[in-house]
Design a binder for this molecule. Structure first.
Ligand code: FAD
Length: 472
């Protein structure tokens, strides 16, 4: 029997961020996770492997475009085994690193699955065999999420993959159907399309990336129309059937073809919280109808000794949101008076072009009937975008017309995922449009588009002529 001040169930970006900070704050910490080292879905089969493959896709894509700039590279020869090794080594480097950090911080790491015995005891089924009981003052549940596969899309055939299977890169299929036009489907679809698959994306709503502002998505959709074979909107997959030559897919909706054969199918229609933790019903912890564990601003559940964070407590299911919640929960357990109250959680879609936003979106402002001004700077007017031969981007600000405070930022274009960080800082700090215009941005960079979209708000942008309102 181990006795500890804090046990963290799940070693993903939420769980290990929580455990590491708690140890830094002086608490005795145990982390339980089935993998050999912390990392969770994000590092082992999510954010990190997908971005390693997307980096390779970007290089291939740029080499193709280089012909237009007078440089010919010829057709890329793809060594799939080496590509897999690169991706696996990226994951191994990171997870070896988290393993080292466990040791440095003197955190006890149990490789196994946790079951809840009562509000102060866990039983861990160790991967190496046997069990270990852990008695704790506090626990943080950080068990994450798993792919959601509706019954119509379930088929026991290796050619039907979820995101984990697709990241294994079994081959480069001649044809691939991506079911779901959300960020995971579009990112992995981009990888396969660039490697040479004819990719079809099917999405049941009228547009890709449901939830994101349409003007940003439109820019991505134009590019996707060139790189992928087709995008079927307002169309549902009603059945999958395994045949010798491929997976026969039946569609219902706007798509012309009602049936098609694909070499492989990637099902990426969303993720569901992993709240089916054995023994959870022996506590007062409550789970809502969608399966999310209910927590307050400090990430406390209804059981006083138990906290919960990350994908298992709600949207947005993103690694950085999980880590931040984890750090809040650790501080609360260590006795600090803090809460999880972000103004801006960034979302990034690492497609080509990237799409990123934070804070209030234009669509959300319209839904909530809020009076906002949208200030846009098209990248066609950006010197840096022209040097990159990528003028299809857009930067937009959502501004409160009264206070001139920045409420949200939206971006589409290469590097949008890096650029959004300035928006997060500005929104969190309560910056106004004037603050952005008064901050000198380096030239020539895409960051200038953030400054210039604030200048557009006043009708005084150097590189676009759009007179509007005077600055007091
Ligand atoms: P997880 O990372 O899901 O970790 C939970 C851990 O708990 C797992 O290791 C699980 O095995 C373990 N566990 C579960 N039950 C038990 C138990 N009973 N006992 C012990 N351990 C248990 N997010 C981003 O922010 N950026 C991205 O670019 C991005 N890309 C993604 C790409 C893909 C393909 C996928 C699938 C996801 C991506 N995500 C991305 C989402 C991101 O991975 C999640 O938001 C993040 O991992 C959530 O962290 P977490 O700590 O809540 O849980």
């Amino acid at each position: 029997m181990i006795s500890t001040q804090l046990v963290v169930v799940g070693g993903g970006p939420g769980g290990y961020a929580a455990g590491f900070l708690a140890a830094d704050l002086g608490l005795g910490v145990v982390i339980v996770d089935p993998e050999a080292n912390p990392g969770g879905v994000c590092v082992y089969r999510g954010c990190i492997p997908s971005k390693a493959l997307l980096h390779v896709a970007k290089v291939i894509d740029e080499s193709r475009h280089a012909a237009a700039w007078g440089v010919q590279f010829g057709q890329p020869a793809i060594d799939l085994a080496k590509l897999r090794d690169f991706k696996n080594n990226v994951v191994a480097r990171l997870t070896n690193g988290t393993g080292q950090l466990v040791k440095h911080r003197k955190v006890k790491y149990l490789q196994g699955y946790a079951e809840i015995v009562d509000a102060h005891t866990l039983r861990v089924k160790l991967k190496a065999g046997g069990t270990e009981d852990v008695q704790f003052e506090h626990a943080i549940l950080a068990t994450g999420s798993v792919p959601a596969i509706p019954p119509t899309l379930k088929l026991d055939d290796p050619r039907v993959m979820d995101s984990t299977g697709a990241l294994d890169l079994p081959d480069i299929p001649a044809s691939l159907l991506v079911v779901g036009g959300g960020y995971i489907g579009l990112e992995l679809g981009t990888v396969y399309a660039t490697l040479g698959s004819a990719v079809t994306v099917v999405e049941m709503t009228p547009g890709l990336l449901p939830g994101a502002d349409r003007d940003l998505v439109d820019v991505l959709a134009k590019r996707v129309a060139q790189t992928m074979k087709s995008v079927l909107l307002e169309t549902r997959v009603v059945s999958l059937k395994a045949e010798a030559k491929g997976i026969r897919v039946a569609f219902d909706g706007k798509a012309d073809a009602k049936e098609q054969l694909f070499d492989r199918v990637l099902v990426s229609v969303g993720r569901r919280p992993n709240s089916a933790i054995p023994g959870l019903d022996r506590t007062e912890v409550q789970v809502d109808q969608r399966g999310f564990i209910q927590v307050d601003e400090q990430r406390r559940t209804h059981e006083p000794s138990i906290f919960a964070i990350g994908d298992v407590v709600g949207e947005p299911m993103l690694a950085h949101k999980a880590s931040h919640e984890g750090r809040v929960a650790a501080e609360v357990i260590a006795g600090e008076n803090v809460a999880f109250t972000p103004r801006a959680i960034p979302a990034v879609v690492f497609t080509d072009p990237e799409v990123a936003w934070c804070g209030l979106t234009e669509a959300q402002a319209a839904r909530e009937n809020r009076n906002v001004v949208i200030s846009k700077f098209p990248w066609a007017a950006s010197g840096r975008a022209i040097t990159l031969d990528r003028t299809d981007g857009l930067t937009k600000l959502v501004v409160d017309p009264e206070s001139e405070q920045l409420l949200g930022v939206g971006l589409v274009g290469p590097g949008a995922g890096e650029l959004i960080a300035e928006g997060v800082l500005a929104v969190e700090m309560g910056a106004t449009a004037t603050d952005l215009t008064l901050s000198i941005h380096p030239h020539p960079t895409l960051t200038e588009t953030v400054m210039e979209s604030a200048e557009v708000f006043f009708g005084q942008a150097t590189h676009v002529y759009r007179p509007k309102r005077s600055k007091n």
